[in-house]
Design a protein around this ligand. Sequence first.
Ligand code: T5A
Length: 233
Amino acid sequence: MKKLTKDNIVKNIPNAHFITFEGGEGVGKSTQAKMLLKNLSNVGISATTTREPGGTPKAEAIREFILSGKSEQWGVNAEAILFACARLNHVNDVIAPNLKYGRWVISDRFHDSTRAYQGLTGGVDEKLIGALEKLALNSYQPDLTILLDMDAKEAFERVAQRENEFDDNLPDRFEKEDLTWHKKLRKGFLEIAKNNPNRIIVIDASLDADKLAKSVWNVVREKFPEETLGVSV
Ligand code: T5A
């Protein structure tokens, strides 16, 4: 019998995948991340959900600093750097260890949000965005990104109906930007998808949550047919 060493135990662990949800405010990312977790678990896949900015105590502290509006006075470049600091810690402490031990990771937002919000909409230079990406990702590029796309005004109406996480019922750092800004953001995300056709799939997010979850599942099982055994929901 082959002796089990730390190396060959790790080699025998099934291939885990890294999936991210992206899109503007209120398009249903958190809802779909939870529904995908349930669908993966139904086919016996061990997975975890996480979010950005956040996912670790240090990154959650940066989240609070940014979303409460305290970072705005520092300017867009500093905000891009803060998102990258949070991501670096999130990759090292949550994403990499889970994938290494065979657990799939589903992240509600990742680096495409920095590209879309700070880069294409906020005007941060592409060179800085690229350098921060290289530093923070540490080569942990998602295997699949699902871009939930819908009309910015409709998504705003959804956001207005849900609770604000800071208990003050005020719009957070980016929710308070106007509709023109959010239309530009949507265009930015679609441009990123166009430039990454092998990784990013765009789905119409105006569908109700159950129908949307079915569309997401179809994308996941097409992308990873062996692991999901082609099971439909
Ligand atoms: N940011 C983030 C950057 O600028 N740069 C970065 O690098 C990163 C990582 C994060 C903020 O930080 C910015 C982007 C953001 O402004 P967040 O809270 O994570 O903030 O992001 P939001 O998009 O603001 O989160 P939301 O919770 O508002 O939106 P979700 O997750 O897209 O939507 P969800 O699932 O919470 O649903 C919103 C509401 O709609 C309902 C839900 O019940 C809920 O009330 N809903 C639906 N209604 C109808 N049909 C459906 N299909 C629905 N799905 C959900």
